[in-house]
Design a protein around this ligand. Sequence first.
Ligand code: HEM
Length: 496
Amino acid sequence: MWQNVLLVIVLLVLFCFRDVRKPVFFPPGPSWFPLIGSGYYVLKLLKHFSFHHLMWTELVNRFGPVVGLKLGRDRVVIVSGMDAIRELYCKDEFNGRPDGFFFRIRSFDKRLGVVFTDGENWDMQRRFSIKALKTLGMGTAGMAYHLEKEAEELIHHFRKLSRTNNPISMHNAFDISVLNIIWTLIAGKRFHLSDKRLEWITETIHKSFRVIDMSGGVLNQFPSFRHVFPVLSGFTPLVNLLKPLWEFLNDTINLIDNKPRLPEENDCLITLYLRELQKSNIHSSFSSEQLLCLCLDLFQAGSETVSNTLGFGIAYMLHNPQVVKKVHQELDNVVGRYRLPLLDDRRSLPYVEAVICEIQRIANVAPLAIAHRTLQPVQLGAYVVPKNTITMVSIYSLHMDRAYWNDPEVFRPERFMDETGSKLITHEYFLPFGAGKRRCLGESLAKSNLFLFFAAFMHAFIIEPAGEGHLPELDGIDGITLSPKPYYVALKERLI
Ligand code: HEM
């Protein structure tokens, strides 16, 4: 009996010893404890800083630009600062995405879609998506037509709302128009702006981005927690949010599949994918489930980021009336008062473009990009990051680098203009879409969306805070992306 107890104790000690031992040349970071790793330390910091990206920044301040820790069973490395981030984006070994229970919930316990997959399947699905989006007009005159129509509808909708004199909810005001653009590409149709179905879809997407953090959270470390704490662990809320989205996408796919169409009709990504499925020599990664998850990825990644940026953007305009004045001036000089801005005007509106860049820089809607995973052991600076380590890139650290930007907390679009004030300039410390092989595949669509909706809105309206004139808070709500806190405005039409 005593021998068994002793054996258990020895095994436990060995397990604990192994569990807290850091790999050789692993980046510095907080101590590891058996089972929880650095979890307690991280939770304590999170409680203090309230936002994940601020909590990771504090770790970087304490340990250096590359921080290594352990969350439950997962090794996690936080990478910040230009040198380390540039090195990471150049090395293929970092191009994996995390796997695990949390990341598979969205895709029926498999690795599907394009965001949380890697290797050959990811490569095939990413190539297909980019090709399909191009075939459907992304970045061409055809897409410009859809965008301009959508912007016109949006302005018309806001005009009607502004005449009611009721406060207008602004943090989510662009949701449906933004979703319509991505939905036109995925399913070949748009929704009416007052369609109630879309309201719950956009709300569901927002919520799904808030329920858990990019490292996978508690649920990824201890999947069995969901049986004991289904709500607290985040499992039930996440599945309840995903179910209606799966159903909605599935119904849409079936509807398109059953619709008679001409053999060469290229009306949407779903049609193109269904046609691919009929080929005899397709890659094994193509399947009906894969189509659903691809739609879910594009639907979520393509709508949340753009509408959050626009929601933050208008909040920053309320705080910066001198910027609004210059935006109005440029729009009136270039576009005039008798038509709405068009996508073609973009080149002639450098100040508007600079304002959008500054909104993206300071609002940081994707402060930690999307988590990566090492596919092989790989060197990063003086450290070695072992295979299967989750790596998180702090884009926030670049956008808020004091040495580079000087006054990063100040909203100043002029930093994106040349010294003559007439040309837009780029900055290597400005990376809202990430970089390397995993960079955002919707970048050109996102830029067109942001420009046209922002320019059309600013061209048409004067914005004032609603009610007692309180300015909106700018720190946002934490989640996989940062989203603006709810705020309301009064809109007045600008006179012709
Ligand atoms: C303001 C808007 C947007 C921002 C700030 C943004 C930002 C990002 C970032 C930071 C990444 C991750 C890069 C990395 O892994 O290091 C990403 C990936 C991705 N984005 Fe976007 N994005 C935006 C709009 C869009 C749109 C409109 C679409 C849809 C067409 C889209 C689809 C995707 C997809 C599918 C990925 C995953 C790519 C992969 O893993 O290979 N995004 N985005």
